[in-house]
Design a protein. Sequence first.
Length: 200
Amino acid sequence: MSFSTALFYVFAAILVFAALRVVTARNPVHAVLWLVLVFFTAAAHWLMLAAEFLAIVLVLVYVGAVMVLFLFVVMMLDINFDNLRKEFRSYIPVGATVGVLVLVEMALTLVGGRVASSAGQAAGAAAGGNTRALGALVYTEYVYPFEIAAVILLVAIIAAIALTHRTRRETKYQDPGEQVKVRPRDRLRILDIPSEERER
């Protein structure tokens, strides 16, 4: 078994384990951290397949969007921030584990890239690179599925905004027209309460 094949199986095992932890973790912060590890491991797979553009897009778009996803989860579930601050130290082991695994994966990917043969990469570079080939396929042969996916994502964004944008009952708004119409007797009432003498 070659080094790149062994590396593939190692990354696949980490990917499956992290994906299971995303589903089974009860704490939403832990689930997001494991999801970051899933995206980084999938990006490492793309790098091993000489698809650098897809790997970078996966890291930039998905890992960057994870924080937005987490914010939506917080808004939808009404998580108490005081409890999150109290349990801050419990996130350190999971965060450190994910960070160490990401660093190890990056180092192994760099080492595996040097060990692997560059024949396929040279052939792709001669034809303009995999980014050019991907663009040509997306905008010629797969242009309709690409447009349908864009419309679906737009509908999902609008639906997420519609779900999270709701009026709160405790929110008070000012109406300047009603404030101008106010008369003193509507706001102030003078009561004539008879005084009582204390019993001796």
